[in-house]
Design a binder for this molecule. Structure first.
Ligand code: GTP
Length: 421
């Protein structure tokens, strides 16, 4: 389903937005955002480290001798924090903990950066140390990849801790400078972080909508494809699918020089069935027969299809004459044994079928209709013999007729070989 939830749309509609999707979408966004952020941070950590080295070497060279040592002792920790976070980001198993370790690292880096000027005092290098506060904030809000609330927590929480440390343990805080660096940059970076997250959420939401739409279209196409190849009454393959499969199996058997068997099954006296039991009962009867036919097409490549009306077709790749005969005989007997009442059937009081069977090993491509025609002739022969029997046809050979003793009388001119079971 496309996400129509107004709470989702509120996040991506113009104006000031509340940065939160409905619960499930929010969880999914957080997973996505975390993955994006940690992937970017794997590389960004090196840039951040490079910036840090540039800054630290600049300040170090300009700082006066007495404060160099203590300043470096403090500020080296920021580099260590970046290094640890960068290493953790390389471990993929820890990806989902990225907001935790990156958030804590950011908090500590801001705290250290904000505290340092309070220990250096009003020397020129103290002013330079303020630059590291600006660096730290811009990096935390814009380069680490934290979500807006986490970045805010790290920025303001870390800043507060740094200020407390500077006020209580250091020489105090120069609020005039601190407001122009820490407070000003914090507000500016917050805005940057907020707009970035809004854009990111919009992108995520739109991507999801596109993916959902694609899945729906694909599912619908698959359903249509399935329906276009399925008979709606019986759920069997329809004529179109049968034609395709026959073509395919024909080519496969041609390649491997294997026999292909086909059975054409026709329900006996079905017009009378409909006339006396009604069309709806006729439909139910066809469904029951279809279910039984399915039991006779279980191997890979076997196919049972509704050929049209009350005619069905069963296709058996890699099946020779002997096996086809056994199958046809069993099928006739099984339908009889179903015992579906049909008092207007010709010889019995139950529904019966006539089956035309043909097998052949393909010799040339593009002639699968040969097999169908052969089975059709065999079926005609079975009908001629009085129904409720099967008949076997072998192309290019005189067709032999075999009749089962229990089967109906042979009225045929001798065109096929058949049996009633
Ligand atoms: N209920 C129902 N009947 C159908 C369906 N499709 C075809 N029929 C009926 O099947 C009957 C087929 O009749 P015929 O072709 O004369 O064949 P028959 O009565 O079975 O006679 P023989 O095949 O010679 O034994 C017709 O009455 C069709 O209306 C269907 O989907 N549902």
């Amino acid at each position: 389903m496309l996400d129509q939830d107004p709470r989702s749309r509120r996040v991506v509609s113009p104006g000031l937005r509340w940065l939160r999707f409905p619960h499930r979408l929010e969880l999914s966004y957080r997973r996505y955002q975390c993955q994006q952020a940690v992937s970017a941070f794997r590389i960004n950590a090196f840039y951040i480290l490079l910036l840090y080295i540039l800054l630290i070497s600049g300040i170090y060279s300009m700082a006066s001798d007495p404060i160099r040592g203590p300043w470096l002792a403090w500020y080296i920790w920021v580099g260590i924090i970046v290094l640890i976070a960068g290493c953790l980001a390389q471990i993929r198993a820890l990806d989902r903990y990225f907001p935790v370790y990156a958030g804590i690292g950011s908090f500590l880096a801001v705290a250290v950066s904000v505290a340092i000027p309070g220990f250096i005092g009003h020397q020129p290098s103290g002013q330079l140390a303020q630059t590291s506060v600006i660096y730290a904030l811009v990096i935390v809000y814009a380069m680490v990849g934290l979500r807006f609330p986490v970045a805010m927590l790290a920025g303001w929480g870390g800043g507060l801790l740094g200020l407390l440390v500077a006020e209580t343990l250091g020489q105090g805080v120069d609020w005039l400078v601190m407001n122009r660096t820490y407070t000003g940059i914090s507000l500016l970076s917050m805005f940057l972080c907020y707009t970035t997250e809004v854009r990111d959420r919009m992108l995520f939401f739109n991507q999801r909508q596109v993916i959902t739409q694609q899945r729906r279209t694909q599912a619908m196409a698959e359903r249509l494809h399935r329906l276009s190849r399925q008979d709606s009454l019986t759920g069997l393959a329809n004529r179109r699918l049968f034609d395709e499969e026959l073509e395919r199996e024909w080519r496969r058997c041609l390649r491997n020089q294997e026999p292909l068997a086909l059975m054409l099954v026709d329900v006996d006296c079905f017009k009378d069935y409909n006339d006396h039991y009604g069309h709806l009962q006729g439909d139910r009867c066809l469904q029951a027969l279809a279910a039984e036919f399915k039991r006779y097409a279980r191997r890979g490549g076997d196919l049972v299809a509704r050929f049209g009306g009350e005619e069905f077709v069963l296709l058996y790749p890699r099946t020779g004459e002997q096996e086809a005969r056994v199958l046809a005989s069993r099928l006739c007997a099984a339908i009889r044994a179903l015992g579906l009442p049909h008092h207007w059937n010709q010889h019995r009081d139950v529904v019966t079928v006539s089956v035309g069977v043909a097998t052949l090993t393909p010799r040339s491509p593009g002639q699968p209709l040969e097999l169908l025609e052969a089975a059709d002739q065999a079926l005609y022969s079975a009908k001629q013999r009085g129904r409720d029997c099967w008949s076997f046809f072998q192309p290019k050979q005189p067709v032999r007729l075999v009749r089962d003793e229990t089967g109906p009388p042979d009225k045929d001119s001798g065109l096929g070989k058949s049996s009633s079971d």
